[in-house]
Design a protein around this ligand. Structure first.
Ligand code: MLT
Length: 269
């Protein structure tokens, strides 16, 4: 059963979903993609392995979590996660992130690596935005200002979901749109700035002496297989899983294949 929780933590309201026993020995915290929210992790939370606790927060400014007042930075997510882990009494945990969630994983590893026992990097990349990508962020900021979150959903949905999913599972498009629509224009806009200004995490990779699972959809056009492979090769202890017939949102598009990569990896930790 997936439980929804809301609490005041570190001066902000945080909403999160969780499943598994609160006394389970091992915890996995999932960080979501842009511009979605914790609900994207429901397929994983609904099939939590025995002995594990899974927790998925809405990151600052998304869903039911309030944002910071000052200038947005990807490091906000790392500081929030540290407060969140402290609040939940999590001394050590596995940290997983998809796309923007992966950028937040890197930010946390810069802040407090000692708590992290392993990482799942799904459909993400270590590099910073190129000058061209930064221009794209400005266009996206203009789009939110002009058309709100619905404009961003229209623009991003065809890129988030792979061609196979769009053909075979139109209901998933509607589901992802509903998760996106739960966000405010201001929160989305502030996280576009976080994405645009994030640093290059590539130099961190070779220093990460923890097990890593890299997952990528074969049809992912936002963070392609080549980026995932390069990241996996640069990590000292990494396994790469390429998921067929899935685009950028592998955990939603192909939850069984996602679990088939995740569960044995978790069991071997
Ligand atoms: C995401 O899925 O989180 C975003 O597409 C990441 C990005 O735009 O860099």
């Amino acid at each position: 059963m997936v439980r929804e929780q809301i609490s005041a933590i570190g001066g902000r309201t945080t909403r999160w979903l969780e499943s598994g026993g609160t006394n389970a020995g091992r915890a996995l915290v999932w960080l979501h993609a842009f511009p979605l929210g914790a609900d994207m992790w429901r397929p994983q939370l609904e099939t939590v392995p025995d002995g594990w606790r899974m927790i998925a927060p809405d990151l600052a400014g998304f869903g039911g979590s309030t944002d910071h007042a000052d200038h947005p930075s990807i490091d906000d997510f790392a500081h929030d996660l540290d407060n969140f882990a402290h609040h939940l009494g999590l001394r050590h945990f596995v940290l997983g992130g998809l796309s923007m969630g992966g950028y937040a994983v890197f930010a946390y590893l810069r802040l407090n690596p000692s708590r992290v026992k392993g990482i799942v990097l799904a459909d993400t990349k270590s590099g910073a935005d190129t000058p061209q990508a930064r221009e794209g962020r400005q266009k996206m900021l203009d789009l939110v200002a002009a058309k709100g979150v619905a404009g961003v959903a229209d623009e991003m949905l065809p890129k988030l979901l792979g061609a196979s999913t769009q053909r075979a599972n139109p209901a998933l498009t509607a589901h992802v749109r509903a998760i996106i629509d739960a966000n405010s224009a201001e929160g989305v806009s502030r996280s576009i700035q976080r994405l645009r200004d994030r640093p290059d995490s590539t130099p961190l990779l070779s220093r990460l002496a923890i097990p890593a699972l890299v997952i990528v959809g074969e049809e992912d056009g936002i963070t392609p297989v080549a980026d995932a492979r390069a990241m996996s090769n640069a990590l000292p202890e990494s396994m790469l899983a390429v998921v067929p017939d899935a685009g950028h949102l592998t955990n939603l598009e192909a939850p069984e294949a996602f679990a088939a990569a995740l569960k044995p990896w978790l069991a071997a930790l």
